[in-house]
Design a protein around this ligand. Structure first.
Ligand code: NAP
Length: 257
């Protein structure tokens, strides 16, 4: 990823910015002089010096209010980090009731869809900008302990890839970060202990912050970027699908970036 413009004075919106990866990103953006609007159902720490919109990212009407605040208080947006999410940790399909399914899809998938839809009109008029959405390794592999989370995070990757072409026409990049295991409050004790017991390191949120800031400043778009301990973020290469018999590829009309 190449570096680009500085972040000083940029206007950034961060969902899930009251905790974990979102909070660490907000702190670094503030340190680099960006103006930050946090969207979270929790109040961010007061020393952050950011504006806070209390909202459920899975509620489309809440997004209308959030967009209005971004317009009124920041005069628009340059950067959006659609990062709020929850885990389920319920593996059994017959034990996932409707409320749990909606809770996990609402935060992880609906929150990204409604966020992009609400924020593109704020990014585009000022010459474009950058959107980063938080997926997960669970957006690229089969995470059996949490199938609904896996479904939601795959949805994020699909949406990002499918939108890249149309948003490029408005000078907006969109990428997904796909972190491995990061030491934040979302982790259950058993997940944390299990990873450590297998001898794998946990990442600190700062590792994901670096990836997000690089994605805010790159011209690459439509990527799902794997973040693993000790490695540079790496764009995941989907291998493609075969075309009909006699064709190497499917029709161009079915493909994006
Ligand atoms: P975190 O510390 O729990 O932070 C998530 C924040 O988002 C919390 O403040 C949470 O509030 C908020 N939030 C969740 N759903 C919301 C909703 N519907 N509306 C408004 N706010 C909401 O967890 P994190 O690890 O930083 O997670 C950030 C993102 O990274 C998530 O999308 C997560 O799936 C993803 N991720 C994390 C890891 C990891 O290992 N930590 C790995 C891969 C991907 P509550 O506390 O009230 O829920």
């Amino acid at each position: 990823m190449e570096a680009g413009a500085q972040l000083d004075g940029r206007r950034a919106l961060i969902t899930g910015g009251a905790s974990g990866i979102g909070l660490a990103t907000a702190r670094e953006l503030r340190r680099q002089g960006a103006r930050v609007l946090i969207v979270d159902r929790r109040e961010p720490p007061t020393d952050l010096e950011a504006t806070w919109a209390r909202a459920d990212v899975g509620d489309p009407q809440a997004w209308e209010r959030v967009a209005e605040r971004a317009r009124a208080e920041l005069g628009g947006l340059d950067l959006a980090f659609l990062n709020a999410g929850v885990a389920s940790a319920r593996a059994s399909i017959i034990e996932i009731d409707d409320a749990e399914y909606r809770r996990v899809m609402g935060s992880n998938a609906d929150g990204v869809f409604y966020g992009v839809r609400a924020l593109v009109p704020l990014l585009a008029p000022d010459g474009g900008g950058a959107i980063v959405a938080t997926s997960s390794l669970a957006g690229l592999l089969a995470f059996s302990p949490d199938p609904v989370y896996t479904m939601a995070k795959h949805a994020v990757v699909g949406l990002v890839r499918a939108l890249a072409k149309q948003l490029a026409e408005q000078s907006i990049t969109i990428n997904a970060v796909c972190p491995g295991v990061v030491d934040t409050p979302i982790l259950t004790d058993s997940m944390r202990a299990g990873v450590v017991a297998e001898g794998f390191p946990l990442m600190q949120p700062s590792a994901i912050v670096a990836a997000v800031l690089a994605l805010f400043q790159t011209s690459e778009t439509g990527g799902a970027w794997v973040c693993q301990p000790g490695r540079e973020p790496e764009r995941y290469r989907h291998r493609g699908v075969p075309g009909p018999a006699g064709h190497e590829r499917p029709p161009d009309v079915l493909s994006g970036i």
